[in-house]
Each structure stands twice: as C-alpha cells, then as structure tokens.
Design a protein around this ligand. Structure first.
Ligand code: NAD
Length: 434
C-alpha cells in the first residue's frame, strides 16, 4: 500500500503545470485594464471562492488500498452555479485547477449562461488502473465531494481522461447517497452523461463542433474557403476527433496529429474515421498509423498547414513553438494551450487566434442544454440540439468579433472584456453582502 506521505512526496517531484495561473492572470489583468474594471471587483475575481482538497482511500484489484488526492476549485458564482470539468491526469494540482476554474468563469459568462466557473480532478495516470479501479476511484471521489457539489451549486462535466462513463458513475453515486425522495431530481448534478442516462444527444460532439464552427465563421468573415485547407490537430480525444470530423466534412484535409504517445503526418491527407478506428484498436494511440509517417515530437507544430488546432493540454504553444507555426489560424480547442509569450509571437506574426473561452465553448453550451433538459424533465432530439448550439455559438462569435473590430483588440482580449463586464454588472447591481 502506498502511504499518503509517499504519494505526496512522489507527486512533489513531478513537473508542475508551469505558468497556467500566470497566463490566466495576465490575460485577466490586461482585459481588466482595458475596461477599467472596478478595483473591488478586480480583487474579487483575482481569487477563487473555494478550494476543496479531498484525500480518499480506494481498494485496488489486488486488495491493497491506495490513497488518492482530488481537487475541486470553485472560482466564482456571481452569475450562477459553478460549472466545469473534472480531469484525471498526472499534471492536475491546485494551481492547474485554479487556472482552469477561472477560465470556466470567463467562458460561461461570455457564452451568456447562468453559470460561474469551477474545475477539478485527480492527479493520476488512468492508464495505470483497471476499469473497475477507475470506477471505484470515481465513486469514492464523488462521495468525498458530495456536500460541495450539487445540481444547483456546482455541476462537474468530463474533461481530459474522463468521459460519459465517468459522469454516469458520478451521477449514480451522487443520487444513491441522497434521501430517496431527492434521488431522481438530482440527475443534473453532472453533465456529459451517456444519452441513456439523462445525457444530451450531441453533447459528445458539442465541443469539437464548436471548434469547427468557430473556424468556419472566422473563414466566412475573412473570405476564406475551407475546402482543401490543411489542418493539424494536437490531441485526438473527444475535442480533437470531433473538430477534425466536422472540418473534414467541410472539405478540409487533416495532415498531422499529435497525441500523448507520438505524432504522425501525411501531407496527402489522413482520413479522420480511419485514424479514429485505428486509435480505438491501438490503446488510444495514433503512433504507427499505416497511412502516415511517424513524426518527431518537436516537429509537430512546424508542420506545413493552414489551420492549427491545439486540443490537448495547456501551455503547449510557447514563444518557440509559435515562431515555428506555419498556419494562419490557431483555433484553441484545449483550455489555455497558448501561453502569453506564445500569443505575443503569434500576433506579431499576424497569425489569428480564436481564443479557448470562445472556441471550445460548445462543450459548456451543450452541458447547459443537458442541465435544462434534466431540470425540465424533457428529452431533446439531436437535430434540435445542433440548431440551438449553432445559434448560441454564432451569437458569441459575432459578439467577440465585432467587439475586437470596434475596439481594435485581439479576439482574446475582446472575449475577456465582454465576459468580465457581464460579471462586473452583476456585482454592481447587487452590491456586496452585508
Ligand atoms: P481527451 O482525454 O478526450 O483527449 C485528450 C487527448 O490529448 C488525447 O488524444 C491524448 O492522447 C492527448 N494528449 C494528452 N497529453 C498530451 C501531450 N502531452 N501532447 C499531445 N497530446 C496529448 O480530452 P478532451 O476532452 O478532448 O479535452 C482536450 C482539451 O479540450 C482539454 O484541454 C480540455 O480542457 C479541453 N476541453 C474539453 C471539453 C470537453 O467537452 N471534453 C470542453 C472544453 C474544453
């Protein structure tokens, strides 16, 4: 059995996710200066409301007990319940959870949703655990968090290495531990559930669809035809796959992919569905895909292409990587993939960026629809979901684009300004208790 001390010692040697908080704070402060944000509200938004750390034991398949550490950071709830994903990854720590929770506050505000921002997860490598162990870890984590989450308080969703199955276990655990009369009324404690268990048709593709749609609207505004445009994708999970799927349908050509295992390239094109089926049969990895050549990790961002879609982790596009990018557009599927120096370099090189809080907001909009569906006891059809999603995303994109044009700002600063002003307005109208 691994003791908690051993676990903490081991984890303290891991390289932390450097600079995620620095990035989000720099982005926030730059927009706050731009809009001359009220100083008291700047103070409130610069810190997180609540930070929950839980240590909990789980029985492993071999009978040993392991202790896990889970996080949930609730940044701000001025506009509604905290909302945001849970991530299972070795890089999860309190700083990463804080930064990701803040990004959620801006994202939900920008999307015009009645939500605040939260994020969390467990620091672990899920590939080291069996499905049964992951289920017990998830259920025990949910039990440990139970008084701090809830359908009208804090609503988790999937993120890196968590999926609809994880959400089904969470919903079931949460509902099973409520008094009988409250059980079924609590289904919307999490979103991103499987369609058969209160999930929303189309929630699986909502984020990737939003990434694709943002690219399409950006192309329309710049008179660019997406047919035969080459694109590269970092991360071929939920977001990366669906973004590639829709972009390929529009006539785009996927030419390189990088995931946690390696990178591949084929300038003649990689068929998205073939790669998807290959990864399913190859433990999730794109490496050695027959119709492409393996590529050195460091060469990925330098690949010849028109559009670059980071859809994996944060802090991937640094100044060095940004100087190598050949694309004329970076569409941020991941949260925080471009650091502040990387962004400066991209903008100096006239490479457009569709910022994460806009580009990947299809996921949280889909989650909002699922939450409404559960709350109202409704069942929505896929076609109506996609129509509503497109309408909402177009509104957000146009809002940000027009603001950026009017004020002469890059799209990220424009998106932040709109998001922060909405929260500022709520505080000014309500005042500060007592
Ligand atoms: P996922 O677990 O389904 O897929 C993650 C992918 O990234 C995998 O292909 C994995 O191999 C790859 N990856 C992991 N580490 C990598 C590394 N070091 N280098 C290259 N690739 C690596 O996760 P997801 O749900 O697709 O999330 C991806 C990103 O999108 C995250 O930043 C997440 O916060 C963001 N996001 C997700 C959603 C959603 O609805 N799932 C919504 C908004 C934003």
């Amino acid at each position: 059995m691994e003791t908690l001390t051993a676990e903490i010692k081991k984890n303290s040697k891991k390289v932390p996710v450097k600079g995620m908080m620095d990035n989000v704070m720099e982005q926030f402060n730059s927009a706050a200066n731009q809009i001359k944000l009220h100083p008291s509200i700047r103070k409130i938004l610069s810190i997180t409301n609540n930070e929950i750390i839980v240590n909990f034991p789980v029985k492993m398949d071999n009978g040993d007990v392991e202790i896990f550490r889970g996080y949930r950071v609730q940044h701000n709830n001025a506009l509604g319940p905290y909302k945001g994903g849970l991530r299972y990854h070795p890089t999860v720590d309190i700083d990463a959870a804080r930064a990701l929770a803040m990004w959620m506050t801006w994202k939900t505000s920008l999307a015009g949703l009645p939500y605040g921002g939260g994020k969390g997860g467990i620091q672990l490598d899920p590939s080291k655990y069996s499905q049964g162990e992951l289920e017990r870890i998830t259920r025990r984590f949910t039990f440990a968090l139970a008084d701090n989450i809830g359908p009208e308080h804090d609503i988790p969703a999937p993120d890196v290495n968590t999926n609809s199955q994880t959400m089904a276990w969470m919903a079931d655990t949460y509902m099973s531990t409520r008094p009988p009369a409250e059980r079924t009324a609590n289904q919307h404690v999490v979103t991103g559930k499987p369609a058969g268990s209160g999930g929303l048709e189309g929630r699986d593709r909502a984020t990737g669809y939003g990434v694709y749609l943002s690219i399409k609207i950006w192309a329309e505004k710049n008179n660019i035809n997406l047919k035969v445009k080459k694109f590269i994708v970092q991360g071929f999970g939920n977001v990366g796959y669906w973004a590639a799927y829709f972009l390929e349908k529009e006539g785009g050509k996927l030419v390189a992919v990088q995931d946690a295992f390696g990178s591949i390239e084929n300038q003649k094109g990689i068929v998205v569905e073939d790669l998807f089926n290959y990864t399913k049969a190859n433990k999730g990895s794109v490496v050695d895909f027959p119709n492409a050549k393996n590529l050195e990790k460091d060469k990925f961002f330098a690949t010849e292409c028109d559009i670059c879609i980071p859809a994996a982790l944060g802090n991937q596009i640094t100044a060095k990587k940004a100087s190598q990018i050949k694309a004329s557009l970076v569409a941020e599927g991941a949260n925080g993939p471009t650091n502040v120096d990387g962004e400066k370099t991209l903008l100096e090189r006239d490479i457009a960026i569709i910022p994460d809080i806009l580009c990947n907001s299809g996921g949280v909009v889909g989650s909002y629809f699922e939450w409404l569906q559960n709350r109202n006891g409704e069942l929505w059809q896929l076609d109506e979901v996609m129509v509503k999603l497109e309408k909402k995303l177009r509104e957000s994109f146009n809002k940000v684009y027009e603001y950026s044009q009017r004020e002469g700002l890059d799209m990220r600063t424009a998106a932040y300004c709109i998001a922060i002003q909405r929260i500022e307005r709520a505080y000014i109208e309500r005042g500060i208790f007592p």
